[in-house]
Design a protein around this ligand. Structure first.
Ligand SMILES: *[C@@H]1O[C@H](CO)[C@@H](O)[C@H](O)[C@H]1NC(C)=O
Ligand SMILES: *[C@@H]1O[C@H](CO)[C@@H](O)[C@H](O)[C@H]1NC(C)=O
Length: 225
């Protein structure tokens, strides 16, 4: 009896350690799991319901929007076109997704993080100054200037950015290790939250005058994706 408990305990600990070291979305347990939008007859799996596989069609795995240039006339000068499980239901449980990013001359994809994904970005047109910052206490900045065909990695959860240094438009494609990577744009989250974070918190956190915080909180923080 005691040995049964012992083995059960070992098994639970082993399972827990697998869960703890998991770095991206769990591996799928079936060929695919097309995301369903009607929860009436489905089972909850990994964030999205699975459609009956018999109802799957090629369109569930298809997206045509990645070669379409997007309008970048906005305050940050960039637009992100997402291709994740929200656009491609067949990505459900597969742990990958993509984006296209269009940049106006001197436009940027402002500092942001993906809470659930690492990213690899490749420049298709133009040139980009890209970088990420490591966690505390070092906060090391890694940067590179990328030209067409060159790629750079942004590790999961770290704050990163891309800036179009050129006088022409730039375009990049990126792959992410989650079907639903999430985005936290730093300025938008900190200064554009709803409701606003208390100015007492932000004046001390950023070591600035309350006027500066009031100014920043009064801005409209453009969501570029
Ligand atoms: C699911 O969404 C698709 C595309 O928006 C729509 O055509 C379909 O009718 C929806 N199905 C259900 C069951 O709501
Ligand atoms: C791009 O967006 C801006 C601002 O909304 C608008 O004025 C402009 O006409 C758009 N350009 C195109 C080509 O759609």
């Amino acid at each position: 009896m005691a040995s049964t408990y012992y083995f059960v305990t070992i098994a639970i600990l082993a399972l827990a350690s697998v869960v703890l070291v998991r770095a991206s979305d769990p591996s799928p347990l079936q060929d695919f799991c097309v995301a369903a939008n009607d929860s009436k007859y489905v089972v909850f799996v990994n964030g999205k319901f699975c459609n009956n596989p018999k109802l799957a069609k090629a369109e569930d795995f298809f997206f045509s929007g990645l070669l379409t240039p997007r309008n970048t006339s906005n305050p940050v000068g960039s637009t992100v076109t997402q291709a994740n499980v929200a656009q491609i239901p067949g990505l459900n449980t597969l742990g990958i997704s993509m984006v296209r990013i269009d940049y106006a001359p001197y436009g940027q994809n402002p500092p942001h993080t993906h809470p659930r994904a690492s990213e690899i970005l490749v420049v298709l047109e133009g040139s980009l100054y890209v970088g990420f910052v490591t966690s505390n206490p070092d906060n090391r900045l890694f940067t590179k200037v990328l030209y067409p065909g060159e790629a750079f990695v942004f590790p999961e959860g770290l704050i990163h950015f891309q800036f179009n240094m050129g006088k022409t438009n730039a375009v990049a494609l990126a792959a992410l290790s989650s079907q639903n990577p999430g985005v936290i744009t730093i300025a938008n989250a900190v200064f554009g939250s709803d409701p606003k974070i208390s100015a007492d918190v932000l004046t001390k956190a950023f070591q600035v005058d309350k006027k500066v915080v009031d100014y920043l909180q009064a801005q409209f923080w453009w969501p570029n994706n």
